[in-house]
Design a binder for this molecule. Structure first.
Ligand SMILES: [Zn+2]
Length: 273
């Protein structure tokens, strides 16, 4: 039995080789890559959702270069501290799976298991996740309508993805763990300073979330150097700035061959009351 539920009748889905099916006969084919589309709006709209292919590819190439490896390592340590062996983890907004595949392999290397599921609104991101061949079942779905039953997950990862705290409260088991990663004020400030005349600082969301207790916060950061235009472009294209930046400001990036910038994150660990 899969932990995904049917988006039509909310009953459990059983996973078969090429599809998922509920007891009421609703069927959802897997794509040729292996993910399943459980997004209810798929019939009414042909438009693609979420990060597009260019953005997803840029992010995969940037992350696979190891620049944010220190964040992934810290997340592995946090999961090791807070998650018992065999925990069910939902990566809500999993993207191409850089963090969740890393955490799952880290547990495996230590003789433990995590049952990890991924959800993202972007088909392109899930295609890249499936290509990592890490055995993470994944579904196209909205974070605001998760294809998971009430109280079915031990942990939710919410890494740079939208806050859907109401859904997280519903899906987590009592006492379940929510791990959030958010960019700190000066995250990528060097990149912004290269693009904008007046770069701004990021705003930090409040720590308090209804129904949760925050038990751990960690601030980590690192400066890194990008020594080719390709690397700079990959970083730029994976950020929201890429689509917000005008042509003139984009030209500044096209002529850069060298950039030093900082990555600054805050990791917050919560437990559901
Ligand atoms: Zn159904």
């Amino acid at each position: 039995m899969s932990l995904f539920i049917c988006p039509v009748c909310k009953q459990a889905l059983t996973e078969y080789e090429k599809l998922y099916k509920c007891e009421n006969g609703h069927c959802f084919d897997k794509s040729k890559f292996g993910y399943v589309n459980l997004l209810q709006s798929q019939k009414s709209s042909a438009k693609r959702h979420g990060d597009d292919r260019l953005m997803v590819r840029a992010r995969r190439d940037f992350l696979d270069s190891g620049a944010y490896g220190f964040l992934r390592d810290e997340l592995c340590r946090i999961c090791e501290k807070y998650l018992p062996d065999g925990s069910v983890v939902l990566d809500a907004g999993c993207g191409e799976g850089y963090y969740s595949t890393g955490i799952k392999s880290f547990f495996a290397q230590n003789g433990k298991t995590l049952e990890v599921y991924g959800v993202d609104i972007s088909k392109d991101a899930l295609e890249f996740l499936c290509k990592r061949k890490c055995g993470i079942p994944c579904a196209v779905a909205s974070l605001f309508d998760l294809p998971f039953a009430d109280e079915s997950a031990d942990c939710i990862l919410n890494i740079f993805s939208p806050d859907a705290d109401g859904e997280f409260r519903r899906v987590l088991k009592k006492g379940g763990c929510l791990i959030k990663v958010i960019p700190r004020e000066k995250h990528l400030f060097g990149l912004k300073a290269a693009i904008y005349d007046e770069p701004y600082l990021n705003e930090m969301p409040a720590v308090e979330i209804d129904g949760f207790s925050c038990v751990d916060t960690r601030q980590i950061g690192k400066s890194f150097l990008l020594d080719s235009n390709e690397k700079i472009q990959n970083l730029f294209k994976m950020t929201p700035y890429y689509y917000k930046t005008g042509v003139e400001d984009q030209k500044k990036i096209n002529s850069l061959g060298y950039l030093e910038t900082e990555a600054e994150f805050e990791i917050r660990v919560y437990f559901l009351n």
